[in-house]
Structure formats: C-alpha cells, structure tokens
Ligand binder design. Structure first.
Ligand code: BGC
Length: 467
C-alpha cells in the first residue's frame, strides 16, 4: 500500500492524518496468535499421542476419539464465536479464547485420568474453533481493503507456525530425560506459555472499528481507523461501514437465496474437501505413520519436524503466488501434487518399501502441495466469496463444516489403518483429491484481482443491491 498517498490529506484539520502500517501489522500479529494456538493445539497431540496410548492402553477407536475430541469443541467454538463476538465485541471474545487456551492447556497437563483430560481437551477445542473464526475476522475488520487479502493469509502462516512449534517442542521434550508418563504432560502443557502471552497482549489491541460502529460508538471507531489508515481512508471507510450496516438485514435465510446458495455450496464444499484430502492424518498422526515405516519413537518425532518446516515454507510460496497465478490454479496444482504423492505413499506401503527415504519424501511432497494450495486458499476463498451482508454467518457455516469434516477424518483414520491397512487408506484420500480436482475445475470461480463487489455480482449475475 502506498501510504504516502494517504498522508497529509486529512479532511479533518488538526487530526491525525497519517496511518500507521506498523500499528496495523502489530495488532494483526497479536490477533494471529489465535491462529498460532490453533496450529499448536491441533498438532501437539501427534507427539503426546503415543505416550498416552501406551499409558492408558487405548484401543484404536479410543485413540481416534481422544485425538478428535478436541474437534467437537472446535465445531462448537466456531458456531458460537459469531454470536458471542457480535454481542460482546471481538476483543472480549478473543480474551475469552485466550482464557480457554490457558485453562485447557493447564488442565490437560495435570489431569489425573483420561476423562478429565478429554474434557480439558474439548475446552481447548472451543478456543481453537473460536480463534479460527475470530482472528481472520478481526484482521479483516481492522484492515484497509487493499491489503486485507495478504493480512488474512497471515493467519494460515500463524497456523503452520503453531504446528511447527508444536512439533519442535514435542521433539525437544521427547529427547529429555523425563519419564514417559511426564513427557506428554509437558507437551500438552507447553501451550500455556503462548496462551498467557496472547491473553496479556490482547489488552493492548483496540476493539474492531466495525463492531464499535455497530454498537453506536462511531467516534471511537473513527479514531481507531484513523490511527491505522489515516483520516482520509478512515472517513471513506466509516461511510462504507455505515452504508453496509444500513443495508444489512441480518437474516440467516438469505444464505439460501439462489446465487448465494451457490456461494454457500462452494465454501462449505471446499471447507469439507480441505479435510477429506486427508491433511490432518499426516499433521496429527505423522509420528505414527513414520513408525509404521520403521522409524524409532524419537526419530519419528524428528522426521515430523520436517513436515512442519515444509508446511511453513510452502505456505510462504502460496502467499507469494496467490495474487499472481490465482486461487484456482493453486488449487488445481495442489490437488494434482497431493493426488500423486498419496497414490505413491499407498503403493510404497503396499510394496512394504520401507528401506529408503521415499515414504518421507512423498509425505513431504504431499505436505508441500497442500501448504501451497488447499491450506491457505480455502480460508482466503471463504473470507472473500460471500456478499458483505452475510459474510459472517456464511463463513461461520463453512468454518463449522471444516471442523466437523476434520472430526470424522481424524476419528476414523486409526480405525481405517487397522481395518483396511495403510495402502487402501491412503488411496481413499487419493480418490478425494481427484474429486477435489474435478470440483475445483468445474465449480470454483477465480477471484484473483476482483473486488469483493465484483465477486458478489458474479454469483449468477445477481446485482449487489439485490442480494
Ligand atoms: C487446516 C487445518 C490443518 C492446517 C495444516 C489448515 O488450513 O484447516 O485443518 O491442520 O491447515 O497446515
């Protein structure tokens, strides 16, 4: 963004005419810690899992249930975050999220048995589900339109950073002299550190100007927008916000109108497909997969750090390419890359070819393909394909579908591995890549370079004012 264009052009003499990009980046970064905790909390289980399974003698089903229990909380969190944050504000709801992460992390670390631990895990899940809605929404609401896309993509970078930190902290803890019965407690409890930092920093971020305007505090909203983007942009944005608030009907039934219905189908389907291509079987169960190929427990955790590092690096590739080659091209290349690698992983398991590095290599190709495509692109599309008026509710529906789909895949994966074996399990995810590829080619629109209003209009030619 060319900030100099906005400087010294204040329509209100004597007021702060310059915005502060640094301030905007700082408050977006604080909000994105919610994404970091989302990533950390969902991935940390991959390292703790094996110790817990042994200590509590879990069956495959119980293991799947324990790992996926967090996702029940996520779905509930995603569902209630919209309503809570409309009522009490974005900031207070994010603070609640930080409290859930802290209590959940602490509770899991000291829980005496599995039921108590599962309850605290579900509590953490509610924090994750809420953060998955709130962080991108808050960033979008404080950002000027021209850099909103890039800043929203940072959320995925925060998620994958959280995953990487979880893998590294798991690997570090696994290599300590602690007894096994304590290792998993430290792994799960480690999140308390970022959660408390998140809690403290949230007191320094401003409330969302959009929510403040909605609750009648336009003066405060204006001063926050002016601090972020300068007076001129703030004045224009205030006009837009007020206009859109006047137009909003706030009815859930609007989601099912023709045109919008199609947008809803695209968003919900993409959210589900993002999970059905099997990403979290690797993210949550990577050490178990590596152990099946002959790695020892600690070196399996080491190999898992590679998964996190590649995930992080290729998310940067997506951020670099998303506005150049477009969302659709990334999704197409990603589905092809994931499909080929899943097919090969299945084949290598079938041939019991565990000697060389090939399974690890194809798992890394798979992760790279996901990270550069379905990972960030699905969240970006969910945040941009819906009309202004119903974006919150529509995005909430898609986000919840993502968590429910995640729950089923995660729950069933260990059972699938036991009942069908690794080759067929991976080929099932391969089949979902083909379905995703066809869906993207036929149904998903390209939104690169279009304004949100142009996207809105493109849904079956419905003019924005009719929506
Ligand atoms: C997905 C998560 C996944 C993560 C992996 C996100 O976009 O929603 O389910 O664990 O990417 O990087």
């Amino acid at each position: 963004m060319n900030r100099s264009d906005q400087q010294n052009t204040s329509p209100i003499p004597g007021m702060n005419s310059e915005g502060s990009l640094t301030f905007l980046i700082l408050i977006s970064a604080v909000a994105a810690i919610g994404g970091l905790l989302f990533g950390f909390d969902t991935a940390v289980i991959s390292g703790a899992n094996a110790y817990i399974k042994t200590q509590f003698e879990l069956s495959s089903f119980m293991e799947g249930f324990f790992v996926s229990s967090v996702l029940i909380g996520c779905a509930v969190g995603a569902l209630v975050a919209g309503t809570l944050s409309d009522r009490f504000g974005r900031k207070k709801t994010m603070i609640l999220t930080a409290i859930l992460f802290t209590i959940g992390g602490l509770g899991q670390a000291i829980a005496p048995e599995l039921v108590t631990m599962t309850i605290f895990r579900i509590l953490c899940g509610m924090g994750i589900g809420m953060a998955s809605m709130l962080s991108p929404m808050y960033i979008a609401e404080v950002s000027p339109p021209n850099i909103r896309g890039r800043l929203v993509s940072l959320q995925q970078l925060a998620i994958v950073s959280g995953i990487l930190i979880a893998y590294m902290s798991n690997s570090l803890i696994a290599h300590t002299d602690l007894v096994n019965a304590l290792k998993w407690r430290w792994m799960l409890g480690a999140e308390v550190v970022p959660a408390v930092i998140y809690f403290i920093l949230l007191f320094f971020v401003p409330e969302s100007p959009r929510w403040l305007t909605q609750s009648g505090d336009s003066d405060q909203a204006f001063s926050i927008l002016a601090r972020i983007a300068g007076n001129k942009v703030a004045t224009n944005e205030m006009t837009e916000i007020k206009k859109s608030l006047q137009q909003e009907k706030g009815k859930f039934s609007e989601l099912f109108r023709p045109g919008i219905r199609m947008a809803l189908i695209v968003g919900v389907s993409l959210a589900i497909l993002q999970q059905f291509v099997g990403i979290n079987t690797v993210i949550y169960y990577a050490p178990i997969i590596f152990k099946r190929t002959g790695f020892g427990a600690a070196s399996a955790l080491g190999a898992t750090v590679w998964v996190g590092a590649i995930n992080f690096l290729f998310t940067l590739v997506a951020i670099w390419l998303i506005d150049k080659i477009g969302r659709k091209a990334l999704l197409i290349y990603g589905a092809i890359g994931m499909g080929i690698s899943l097919f090969m992983i299945g084949l290598l398991f079938e041939m019991k070819a565990f000697g060389g590095p090939w399974i690890l290599i194809f798992i890394l190709v798979y992760i790279a393909s996901f990270a550069a495509s379905f990972g960030p692109v699905v969240w970006v599309l969910i945040s941009e394909i819906y009309p202004n008026k119903i974006r919150g509710r529509a995005a909430s529906t898609a986000t919840m579908s993502n968590w429910v789909a995640n729950f089923f895949v995660t729950l069933l994966f260990p059972v699938m591995l036991d009942a069908l074996g690794a080759p067929i399990s991976f080929w099932i995810f391969f089949a979902w890549c083909i379905i995703s590829l066809i869906f993207v080619i036929i149904v998903v629109p390209e939104t690169k370079g279009k304004s949100l209003e142009e996207i809105e209009e493109s849904w079956m030619g419905i003019a924005p004012e009719e929506v």
